[in-house]
Design a protein around this ligand. Structure first.
Ligand code: CTP
Length: 448
């Protein structure tokens, strides 16, 4: 019996896929189809495959063309499969000519002419593009954000709304269709808005965007007060719009795997979570910076709180905010530390723009701890450590584009399907707002 094997993502199964499988099957008596897993696709840069692995397998099964379906999960697996299944022919589309010649030492390699005029990427892009307007003043970051958006099918950046005057706007932002300082104008030109503005501006901006039927992706905290958060979420529901927290860390593979590992009990019961995010501010606040300046807690608070709330929940018994306020009228804190007491655990975060410390994350449990080195919020690496170091384990996950592209893919998918998979739950989102509200009202707060 002659065995043939082929591989692909087979997203949004189309005529080109069918023709390829028919010809591959005709080369022998038994066709094995390797379908790429989500993680493997991500690792090789295909990030917005629309259908899940199971959906793609189901569609393939229904064609009746595959005698056997396997999942491709890692680099180099093809050699393993060819040997394991005793494969005679490896067949693949002509877009890969030459790329798989290294398999010739294991079996025959056949490149089949690719069908012209159809591809999954085109089908994905055919769905109407979502025009996303970006709003904010951290231009180096927004420039990166714009560049990252090119990796995401079905999305285009409609323009930039920035409120501060800038000496130099990065080239890629200058080339956007719209540059304005008028928020209403960017809303008009967009289907959705990304907010990188200050939390003080969020409430009015989100309300305006939602009232006009625009989806919102907002850097947390979503608002300055709990009641505002409730109101905005109600409004989003009423207008059938999405209001989603944008926190890159939450979408990063290493961080998500860490959460799952902890939840599966790898370090026993969690007793303590410690996270720090600090940056050294190199200049004094001056001029334009004094308008809408972001203090430490509103810049980094939500990010530092993320693992605390996601691992221990939001029902803490008590908290204490210890802060050093440098500028009273701006409530500019150069350093803030927040301690939480839970029924059976504690947590502590440190954020600062005028203090430098190790930006690590440590999650301590009854049978070990997880250490994520600085900068933990954009890490690709962490360690599970135990009393006996021979049981330590290291984990690596590549983080492309600091997680921005994954965040955008989740957002656009949620908009398209009307279903959002909560990487950051409503409870966590609101708990972040509550901390900011208490900071400004000086509730549970000690000044140093
Ligand atoms: N294929 C083909 N003709 C097409 C599209 C794909 O012969 N018009 C072949 C590919 O060469 C490959 C297999 O079908 O051998 C699976 O391809 P896959 O990458 O899943 O499909 P594409 O449509 O090329 O997807 P994308 O646009 O995401 O690259």
């Amino acid at each position: 019996m002659k065995k043939v094997i082929t591989y692909g993502t087979f997203d949004l199964f189309h005529y080109g896929h069918r023709r390829l499988l028919e010809r591959a099957k005709a080369l022998g008596d038994h066709l094995i189809v390797g379908v790429t897993s989500e993680d493997f696709d991500k690792a090789r840069g295909k990030i917005n495959v629309q259908q899940s692995l199971m959906e793609r397998i189901e569609v393939l099964k229904a064609t009746g063309l595959a005698d056997e379906i396997i999942v491709e999960e890692y680099e180099g697996q093809k050699i393993d499969d060819i040997l394991r299944y005793n494969v005679d022919i490896f067949a693949i589309g002509s877009d890969w000519v030459g790329k798989f010649d290294y398999l010739k030492q294991y079996c025959e390699v056949v490149y089949l002419e690719r069908t012209e005029g159809v591809s999954s990427s085109e089908l994905r892009a055919e769905k109407r593009e979502l025009r996303l307007g970006i709003v904010g003043d951290e231009l180096p970051f927004l420039s990166k954000f714009e560049r990252e958006s090119h990796y995401v099918n079905g999305l285009s950046i409609s323009g930039l709304c920035h409120l501060r005057r800038h000496e130099s706007i990065p080239d890629n932002l200058l080339q956007l269709p719209l540059l304005t300082s008028n928020f209403e104008e960017i809303v008009d030109a967009s289907d959705a808005i990304f907010l990188n503005s200050t939390p003080q501006q969020h409430y009015n901006q989100i309300k305006y965007a939602l009232m006009h039927g625009r989806h919102v992706l907002c850097e947390p905290p979503v608002s300055m007060r709990r009641d505002e958060w409730d109101e905005l979420m109600r409004l989003a529901e009423e207008k059938k719009c999405l209001l989603m927290d944008a926190l890159r860390t939450a979408y990063a593979m290493a961080y998500r795997r860490l959460l799952l590992l902890v939840k599966s009990g790898v370090i026993g019961k969690v007793c303590s979570v410690d996270s720090s995010i600090t940056v050294q501010r190199d200049t004094e606040l001056k001029g334009d910076e004094l308008i809408n300046v972001r203090n430490s807690i509103s810049t980094w608070g939500a990010n530092a709180l993320l693992p605390v709330f996601q691992l221990l929940g939001t029902d803490y018994q008590s908290k204490r905010i210890i802060t050093h306020i440098e500028n009273e009228s701006l409530k500019y804190d150069t350093f803030s530390k927040i301690d939480f007491v839970y029924p059976e655990a504690v947590a502590s975060i440190k954020v600062g723009k005028g203090v430098k410390t190790e930006g690590s994350l440590v999650v301590s449990g009854t049978t070990g701890y997880i250490y994520v080195p600085a900068p933990w919020w954009k890490t690709e690496y962490f360690e599970v450590r135990r009393e006996d170091p021979s049981f330590n384990k290291r984990y690596f996950y590549q983080l492309d584009g600091e997680g921005i592209r994954y965040e955008l893919v989740s957002f656009i998918r949620a908009v398209q399907t009307g279903r959002s998979y909560p990487y950051i739950s409503g409870q966590v989102s609101k708990a972040m707002v509550a901390i900011l509200e208490d900071f400004y009202n000086e509730k549970d707060l000690i000044r140093i």
